[in-house]
Design a protein around this ligand. Structure first.
Ligand code: HAM
Length: 412
């Protein structure tokens, strides 16, 4: 029976042997940098309401990008488009406010958004994220921003640009948006039609407009950053001073817009020119009201997430191709398969990465394959005994058993 050759769904991708190693290396970088944070996992799907309430009904994510389905009992579930809402749900559900605060967590896993696929933008992608819940201290903000900067540096992302801003409190923002709308309406004649149409729904979009008329009007538009309440302004000033102290370079960008509704106070984003249109490598901010919004106790919190695929794209070709074995177990003609298999297992038990002949190659073919695989050593199992061959330095000698091979292979 033969059938149509199937393909991975649009916007998804396979991690192939050539790229798997780099992802594991990146996971290792994250694990190392995030030592003070506890690794957690939350479900890949959640109740749809979690994201509707958490991420916000008016965001693009909730309005048009969620993979939502009904289970057999008619409950509406959604493949998680982001991780913060699930973390807050788990924090409240498991009474984590009773632990020493802040609770520091990190995660790594798949996320899903129904976006138009392009380079660096997928429908299933992977995020690493870190969240600290239970403190509004500006040092937590600075610690998290510096952490992501360090991870991007270790991962080999060069020239990443960091922009930060503060959104203050929701009331400040609401008043500011009215002021901005009034400014736009007063200058309606000079704005592009698109901007005019969105004055009510999303006046902030006007800051991104490319047409000269709108740009001119925006040059003297009011900025939220100049309208912050005194305690929010002080908080933001302290975060900046702490970043200066830590030597983390940033630009204050008063028009920084994030695609999620839960942010308060600090927001930030790292971009890389290496990425083209989808330049966001990672970003995050404070969400001091979210845990409470999801039914938990009042809990100030901040976090970020970064796209694994985008980090790897921005870092360019790095180390970490397919990982070959340390040693290849070859079989000379007439050699017993069980002897070769037993030897391979005993070497694996000693911590050596072993591949054995399983494709019926000639001995010459096996040696060629071993060399290509990157293995330095070949143990040739023959009818009479075992020979150990060093492909790097040359030379071949008879050896007694797995112990003797292991000593040779692990010798400095
Ligand atoms: P976000 O900015 O929506 O934030 O996503 C974070 C990162 O995920 C982006 O910078 C990007 O690298 C990656 N990403 C997002 N969408 C895609 C996609 N379609 N394809 C590939 N990569 C993508 C959040 O998700 C917030 N939960 C961050 C946060 C944590 N805020 C507070 N705590």
């Amino acid at each position: 029976m033969s059938g149509r050759r199937l393909q991975a769904p649009k916007g998804t991708f396979d991690v192939l042997p050539e790229t798997g190693g780099r992802r594991l290396d990146l996971l290792e970088v994250c694990r190392d940098r995030l030592r003070g944070y506890s690794f957690v996992e939350t479900p890949i799907f959640e109740e749809t309401e979690l994201f509707a309430r958490g991420v916000g009904e008016s965001t693009d994510i909730v309005r048009k990008e969620m993979f939502t389905f009904e289970d057999q009992a008619g409950r509406s579930l959604t493949l998680r488009p982001e991780g913060t809402a699930g973390i807050c749900r788990a924090y409240a559900e498991h009474g984590m406010h009773k632990r020493p605060q802040p609770v520091r967590l990190w995660y790594w896993g798949p996320f899903f958004r129904h976006e138009a696929p392009q380079a660096g933008r997928f429908r299933q992608f992977t995020q690493v994220g870190a969240e600290a819940l239970g403190s509004d201290d500006p040092t937590v903000d600075a610690e998290l921003v510096a952490l992501l900067a360090a991870i991007l540096g270790d991962a080999g992302v060069e020239g990443a640009r960091l922009r930060i801003a503060s959104l203050g409190a929701p009331e400040t923002r609401a008043e500011y948006l009215e002021e901005l709308r009034a400014h736009l309406r007063a200058n309606e004649g000079r704005l592009s039609r698109e901007v005019v149409e969105r004055i009510d729904a999303n006046p902030l979009r006007a800051f991104d407009a490319a047409d000269p008329g709108t740009r001119e009007v925006m040059r003297d538009a009011p900025l939220l950053i100049d309208r912050l309440a005194p305690d929010d302004a002080d908080h933001f000033a302290e975060v900046r001073a702490l970043l200066d102290e830590a030597g983390v370079a940033y630009e204050v960008d008063a028009t920084l817009v994030r695609g999620l509704d839960y942010y308060t106070r600090t927001v930030f984003e790292f971009t890389s020119d290496a990425l083209g249109a989808q330049s966001g490598v990672g970003g995050g901010g404070r969400y001091d009201l979210l845990v409470e919004e999801l039914g938990g106790p009042a809990t100030p919190a901040i976090g970020w997430a970064a796209g694994i695929e985008r980090i790897l794209l921005a870092a360019g070709e790095g180390k970490g191709g397919p990982t070959g074995p340390d040693l290849f177990v070859a079989r000379a003609p007439g050699a017993d398969a069980r002897t070769a298999f037993g030897l391979a297992q005993r070497l694996r038990d000693r911590g050596i990465a072993v591949e054995m002949e399983q494709a019926g190659r000639s001995l010459k073919g096996q040696l060629k394959h071993a060399d290509r695989s990157g293995a330095r050593w070949v143990a040739i199992v023959g009818e009479e005994g075992i020979d150990l061959k060093d492909l790097e330095r040359g030379g071949q000698r008879a050896v007694a058993d797995a112990g003797e091979i292991a000593r040779a292979v692990t010798a400095p």
